[in-house]
Write a protein that binds this ligand. Structure first.
Ligand code: KG4
Ligand code: ZN
Length: 343
C-alpha cells in the first residue's frame, strides 16, 4: 500500500510517499525559514498562504521521484493537528480533496505521532518500545512509545519549548532566527562558570520542563552587564550562550535518564530540531552508557518536520483500522497524544 503524506502544521511544507513494504519512495520539503526570518518568528497568516502555493508542486515532485502517477496512491495522510489552525487547514483541505477525487481514504494524523514513529524509517531503525525525547521549536516532551498507536506522555513543558528558548536567547544575544545553531556555535567560545543561569525543575521526580524562566534569566544577565557600564561584548555573549546551553542540556539529559529509569526501557530516541545540538548529543551519549542504555539519533531530515513521518503514521493508522469520512474533516490545533485514534 502506498500512502501520500502531507505536513503543513507550521513552517515546513512536507510531502512524501511511503510504501508499506518498500518504505520511503520519495520526499520533498519546503522550509519557510527565510520568509519568517525578517519577523523573528513564524507569522501564521504568511505560513498558510505559502503552504497553499507549495503543496501541489511538491506532490508532483514526489510522484516524479517515485516514477508513479496519482492513480498509484492508495491513501492520503494529512496532519490534522496540533499546529497552526490556518496552516493545518491548507494540508487537510488539499489532502481530503485529493482523497475524494481519487476515491481513496484520507486519514487524519496527529503531528506528534509522526515525530514518534519517524525514527522507524531510518536504517537501522530503533527497537520498540522506546522513550522518545521530542525537542523542537514547538514541543518538549518525553513519551513512552510502546508500539504504533500506544503512547504515554511522561512529561512536557509547562511553558516554552526548548527550541523556543534557544530562539529567544538568540534574539537577546543579537543572533538571528532560528537561533539554535548560532547559540550552540557561540557557546563553544564561552568560559565555563563566568555566568550562572537556573536549571528549572531540575530537582525532584517530575518529568515536566519549564524554559520561560531561563529566557528571562538570560535577559537579566544581559541587562546586568549593560548596567555595569558598557556594551555586551562578544566574550560576554559567548559566556551567556555557554551557560544557557549547559542549563538546557543539564535539564534535558537529567530528565531523559530519569524517564529511562522509571520506564525501565533501554532505548532513548531523540527527535526534533534541538536534537541536532552537538552539546546535547555528546551529553546523552555519555549518560546512557552509565545506565547500560542506548541513544538513537535519527537522520536530521527525519527529526525535523517532514511528510514521510505523516505518511508512515497514516499507514499505521490504516493498519489499525482507521477509516476516512470522505469529504468531512476538521483541524485540531490542540489534540492529546494519548488520543491519536480518536479522530
Ligand atoms: O523540529 P524543528 O526543525 O521545527 C519545529 O519546531 O517544528 O525544530 C526547530 C527548532 C528551532 O527552535 C531551532 O532553533 C532548534 O530547533 N535547533 C537547534 C539546533 N538546530 C535547530 N537548537 C539547538 N541546537 C541546534 N543545533
Ligand atoms: Zn514538529
Amino acid at each position: 500500500m502506498r500512502v501520500l503524506g502531507i505536513e503543513t502544521s507550521c513552517d515546513e511544507t512536507g510531502v512524501a510517499l511511503v510504501d508499506s513494504t518498500a518504505g520511503l519512495l520519495g520526499q520533498a520539503l519546503h522550509s519557510q525559514i527565510d520568509m519568517h526570518r525578517a519577523y523573528g518568528g513564524v507569522v501564521p497568516e504568511l505560513a498558510s498562504r505559502d503552504h497553499i502555493a507549495r503543496v501541489l508542486p511538491l506532490i508532483e515532485e514526489v510522484l516524479q521521484q517515485a516514477q508513479l502517477s496519482r492513480a498509484d496512491i492508495d491513501a492520503v495522510a494529512v496532519t490534522a493537528g496540533p499546529g497552526l489552525a490556518g496552516a493545518l487547514l491548507v494540508g487537510t483541505s488539499i489532502g481530503h480533496a485529493i482523497g475524494f477525487a481519487l476515491g481513496k481514504p484520507a486519514i487524519n494524523v496527529h503531528h506528534l505521532e509522526g515525530h514518534l514513529l519517524s525514527p522507524l524509517l531510518a536504517t537501522p531503525a530503533p527497537q520498540l518500545p522506546y522513550v522518545a525525547l521530542l525537542v523542537s521549536g514547538g514541543h518538549t516532551q518525553l513519551l513512552r512509545t510502546e508500539r504504533p498507536g500506544v503512547y504515554e506522555l511522561l512529561g512536557e513543558t509547562l511553558d516554552d519549548a526548548a527550541g523556543e528558548a534557544f530562539d529567544k536567547t538568540a534574539m537577546l544575544l543579537g543572533l538571528g532566527y532560528p537561533g539554535g545553531p548560532a547559540v550552540s556555535r557561540l557557546a563553544q567560545f564561552g568560559v565555563a562558570g563566568a555566568v550562572t543561569l537556573p536549571r528549572p525543575l531540575l530537582n525532584g521526580n517530575s518529568l515536566d520542563f519549564s524554559f520561560s524562566g531561563l529566557k528571562t534569566a538570560v535577559a537579566t544577565a544581559v541587562k546586568k552587564i549593560e548596567n555595569q557600564g558598557g556594551a555586551v561584548c562578544e566574550q560576554d555573549r559567548a559566556n551567556i550562550a555557554r551557560e544557557f546551553v549547559e542549563a538546557v542540556v543539564d535539564v534535558l539529559a537529567t530528565k531523559s535518564m530519569h524517564a529511562l529509569r522509571t520506564t525501565q526501557l533501554r532505548t532513548l530516541v531523540v527527535a526534533g530540531g534541538v536534537g541536532a545540538n552537538t552539546q546535547l548529543r555528546e551529553r546523552l551519549q555519555r549518560e546512557v552508557k552509565k545506565l547500560g542504555a542506548a541513544v538513537f539519533f535519527p537522520p536530521l531530515q527525519l527529526c525535523t518536520d517532514n511528510g514521510a513521518m505523516i505518511a508512515l503514521a497514516g499507514l499505521h493508522r490504516l493498519q489499525r483500522g482507521a477509516v476516512s469520512q470522505q469529504g468531512v474533516f476538521e483541524v485540531r490545533p490542540r489534540w492529546p497524544i494519548t488520543a491519536v485514534d480518536d479522530y
